[in-house]
Design a protein around this ligand. Structure first.
Ligand code: SF4
Length: 504
């Protein structure tokens, strides 16, 4: 059929997972330069920039959550779409085998991970015909943390801090601002939003996601929507949510709005939030052999300019160095804002592990230990495991369990991203533990802090959900919830709600 199609699809997948597009790099560079040095957001942005460079250099996944692969494909009349879909599935399986994608496709009833990113609904492939004699393939990789912050409003409705949102563009403006505020750092801010006004519940979300295929610097051809997008971008950063919700100057790097007709009775505003690891690229293929004619969003004749022109994360001497097992006294001496460097053993655990620990004793002794909310990409090489990508996952999903798990097993530090709630904060205070924020999406940066993957437990849950035993060296995190009842996340949420009210 098209002998080069498989190779082109594989190249697109790998490039999308490992090399951020120039428009996103440019927006993140502006965010980095705008943030005053020494702030928590500035530290986080430095690690993010370093991670973007490391991912491109080493062809490693920018973030360990390589998300739902969503393909938008345009083909000439008569093209064999079934054959192309199979080639794309084969390329997805190959990219997963090479550790460029994390196995992310889970049976929703049994919880079994297919191991190759294939299964009902994975990947998502949409075909459309056009009258050109070439094939366009666009790919978006959007992870779970930001997908979980998507939201749909049925207006008119009341939105907190902003009052009533009516069925007009002013009401839409309020919904968008509220969605960005609500996401806080859980979707790895600063992010970008795709928005759909109208449609039904399903088409609204799909169209919102399609807006993310626009470049961050384009201008909406509809003047009213262009004005809405510009208004959001002019005002949204007053929220002060900042990078990873640490507080800071840049909360959003893009807002793209589209419309669909609606039923007279319905008026949905659908918001698709994407994180700073905004991975989308595209290729135009020769319709005769499937080879790449040109790239979209990037120009290979202009190599990416590195994000950092200086050293990345460096010690200031004020960091607190901790080696596990950690004592209660060490933990109680920490306060919100401290930067810690972790050494020794830590254990990963996310949804399946927390559920397991509520019913079973842990497979390892967790007294004084560190639990890392992380679903890594790990490859087996002979008898050993190699860490490929190891950033944090969104912690709030473990809120129903975390306090109990800390108390039962004597855990002293929980690492994740986005912060946790009141139940966990109370448990930290009572048991003498801290919540540490790692920088979401910094998968290559943190993988380099892993000296050794010494073992794994509960691998039957699949690679992302297993409990990995990691020996780490100078693994940096920020204390964002301490053992004295303080939470940076609570403070930023409260302050940003007040700022949101000024935009009513
Ligand atoms: S950067 Fe954050 S939100 Fe985005 S895919 Fe990675 S973990 Fe998820």
């Amino acid at each position: 059929m098209l002998p080069a199609f498989f190779g082109s699809a594989l190249e697109l997948i790998i490039k999308t997972s490992t090399d951020l597009a120039p428009d996103v790099r440019a927006a993140m560079k502006v965010a980095l330069s705008d943030e005053p040095a020494g702030t928590q957001s500035a530290q986080a942005l430095t690690i993010i920039a370093q991670n973007i460079d490391q991912a491109a250099e080493g062809e490693g996944a920018i973030c360990q959550d390589t998300g739902t692969p969503t393909f938008e494909i345009k083909v000439p009349v008569g093209a064999n779409q079934m054959w192309m879909a199979q080639q794309i599935k084969d390329a997805i399986a190959e990219a997963t085998r090479r550790g460029k994608l994390r196995p992310n496709s889970v049976d929703s009833v049994t919880g079994k991970n297919s191991g190759n990113n294939l299964g009902p609904g994975s990947p998502v492939i949409h075909f459309e015909q056009w009258d050109r004699n070439e094939i366009e393939v666009k790919l978006l990789l959007k992870g779970g943390g930001c997908e979980n912050t998507n939201i749909q409003y049925s207006v008119p409705c009341e939105v907190s801090s902003l009052g009533r949102a009516d069925r007009d563009l002013e009401g839409v403006r309020k919904c968008i601002l509220h969605a960005v505020w609500l996401a806080q750092g859980k979707g790895c801010s600063p992010g970008a939003v795709g928005v759909c006004i109208g449609g039904d519940r399903a088409s609204g979300y799909a169209h919102a996601k399609q807006q993310l295929f626009r470049t961050l610097d384009d201008v909406n051809p509809d003047p009213a929507l262009a004005e809405l997008e510009a208004t959001i971008m002019r005002t949204v950063n007053v929220l002060g949510v900042g990078t990873m919700g640490f507080g800071g100057r840049t909360t959003l790097i893009g807002c793209k709005v589209g419309t669909l007709n609606r039923l007279p009775a319905s008026f949905f505003v659908s918001v698709a939030y994407d994180c700073w690891a905004f991975r989308r690229l595209g290729v135009v293929l020769d319709a005769k052999d499937g080879s790449i004619r040109r790239w979209l969003y990037r120009d290979p004749s202009h190599p990416s300019i590195p994000m950092l022109d200086q050293a990345g994360f460096t010690r200031t001497g004020r960091e607190v160095v901790l080696t596990s097992p950690i004592s209660e006294a060490q933990i109680r001496s920490l306060k919100v804002g401290d930067v810690v460097l972790l050494n020794g053993m830590m254990y990963t655990g996310r949804d399946s592990v927390h559920s397991y620990l509520m019913k079973n004793p842990p497979p390892v002794d967790l007294q004084g230990g560190i639990l890392y909310h992380c679903g890594p990409v790990v490859l087996k090489e002979g008898d050993a495991w190699r860490m490929m990508a190891a950033g944090p996952t969104t912690s709030i999903r473990e809120e129903p369990y975390q306090g109990e798990v800390i108390r039962r097993y004597g855990i002293r530090a929980v690492i994740g991203k986005g912060g946790m709630g009141a139940k966990t904060l109370a448990a930290l205070q009572e048991a003498g533990a801290v919540y540490l924020s790692a920088i979401g999406g910094a998968a290559q940066f943190y993988a380099k802090c892993v000296e050794k993957v010494s073992d794994v437990s509960l691998l039957e849950f699949g690679v992302p959900e297993a409990m990995w035993h990691l020996r780490v060296n100078d693994f940096p995190c920020i204390v964002t919830m301490d053992a004295h009842g303080n939470s940076l996340h609570k403070d930023v949420e409260t302050a940003s709600a007040k700022s949101l009210a000024t935009l009513a």
